[in-house]
Design a protein around this ligand. Structure first.
Ligand code: UD1
Length: 417
């Protein structure tokens, strides 16, 4: 098992290019199931989650060609509309094949994702939406079975704002008969990017970027070539990594407009942030001020940046209250940060972080992708060596993490156990 070893105390300075967004490319790869023509995606990050989904799609009969950051997927026929437990367990986003499979192949068997490290994460809204569109949906022996000769347009009102739920039903609706209206839809930039790919494939979608999506179903979609947006969570993670060290960074190919809530908090913490069309420049003070935050659906503060900001608050001046409203169990990193010397009190969905003068390196355990990112950020300022175990979590979502950090001057290495 590989681990990441970080020696803290270096000020990070330099330039980093942002990779393609994990949470945009995954639904886009599933959208290729909607057409028999090739879909070419560029700016595809090299991530474990992308590899996992490619192998799932290949098992279904999708042909895959990869060259550098370009991936071409062609679902001329779908041999087996099935997503087994091993793959869904490895990556919950596998649920995104459900909508496209029912819409195109008329049937799907997708393992029901269980809970995970950050909460129960049900998919009832995905299933409710498909049923409203006329699919017969049942859960048997841990698998979702869904079938429909052709889905029908319907009005779907989500009880909660769900990102992959919106994406699943949006994809399904493109090939349904008639008009589908999705209300209380997620507005995340990745949902918008998926919608734009679908439009490029011939889908008719109104309301992109709003909480009401109106989809006029078409008989068939065609192939397209599309550049995946840059990863706002990766970008935000590097901004935090540099900010905690009192450094300076220019992010190129940055999803600048998708980062408003994060930039606002970094400024509140004392950083100066310049925002260009596709670049960002951050200059951090010697010590940050603690910032309160409350996670919320986009355009609110992203839950996927909560752990990174908890790391910043751990060493900032003053104390901060962090409220997690999206996932019920997303403070696992707090106990690991405490092992580095952080002063954090958890009460239900609220964490109170009192900034300390310094952290001390230790061995810590990554519990999920973004929790790991928070620990890396803390390790960059902890005195001595921090070793992060369970590195596979980071490999799911950060392309060339240690190379990018090292290019900014961090002392970081991947080591074998
Ligand atoms: C996506 C992102 C993940 C991010 C999350 C919230 C991808 C691949 N993953 O996950 O990185 O942290 O959005 O921004 O894009 N819920 C239900 N029933 C449902 C669906 C969701 O109750 O059918 C609840 C969830 O338990 C959670 C909330 O809704 O409390 C939001 O979850 P959701 O937006 O669905 O998260 P994901 O799409 O799984």
């Amino acid at each position: 098992m590989e681990k990441l070893r970080i020696t803290g105390g270096r000020r990070l300075v330099g330039e980093v290019a942002c990779s393609g967004a994990k949470n945009a490319v995954l639904p886009m790869m599933c959208a290729a199931l909607l057409t028999r023509e090739p879909v070419t995606l560029t700016h595809v990050p090299e991530l474990q989650d992308v590899a996992t989904l490619l192998s799932l799609l290949e098992r279904m009969g999708v042909s895959v060609q990869r060259s550098g950051d370009t991936v071409t997927l062609c679902a001329r026929t779908i041999d087996s509309p099935t997503a087994p437990y091993e793959l869904v367990k490895a990556m919950r986003a596998s649920i995104l094949v459900l909508g496209p499979l029912v819409a195109r192949a008329g049937e799907a068997v997708v393992s029901l994702p269980g809970g995970c490290a950050i909460g129960a994460r049900p998919v009832d809204q995905h299933l409710k939406g498909l049923a409203a569109m006329g699919a017969e949906v049942r859960v048997e022996h841990g698998d979702i079975h869904a079938c429909a000769r052709r889905l029908r347009g319907a009005r779907i009102v989500f009880d909660v704002v769900t990102v992959t739920g919106t994406e699943n039903l949006l994809m399904a609706a493109t090939l349904a008969e008639g008009v589908t209206v999705i209300e209380n839809a997620a507005r995340e930039p990745e949902v918008q990017d998926l919608a734009r790919l679908l439009v490029a494939m011939g889908a008719e979608i109104d309301g992109i970027g709003s909480d009401t999506l109106v989809v006029r179903g078409v008989e068939r979609l065609h192939g397209a070539t599309y550049r995946v947006m840059s990863d706002r969570i990766e970008a935000g993670t590097y901004l935090c990594a540099v900010a905690i060290t009192g450094g300076e960074v220019v992010l190129t190919d940055a999803p600048a407009r998708a980062l408003d809530a994060v930039i606002h908090k970094l400024r509140e913490a004392g950083c100066s942030v310049e925002v260009g069309e596709d670049w960002l420049r951050l200059v951090a003070p010697r010590r940050l001020r603690a910032v309160d935050l409350r996670t919320a659906p986009y355009p609110g503060f992203p839950t996927d940046m909560q752990a990174q900001f908890m790391a910043l608050d751990s060493v900032a001046m003053g104390s901060a209250v962090i409220r997690e409203t999206i996932f019920e169990n997303r403070f696992m990193h707090a106990v690991e940060l405490q092992r580095l010397g952080a002063n954090i009190h958890i009460d239900g969905a609220t964490a109170v972080v009192t900034g300390v003068e310094g952290l001390q390196g230790a061995t810590v355990m990554a519990t999920d992708l973004r929790a790991s990112a928070g620990l890396v950020i803390a390790g960059l300022v902890a005195e001595g060596e921090t070793v992060i175990e369970q590195l596979h979590h980071l490999d799911r979502g950060y392309e060339r993490l240690e190379a990018k950090l090292a290019s900014l001057g961090a002392a970081v290495a991947r080591v074998e156990r």
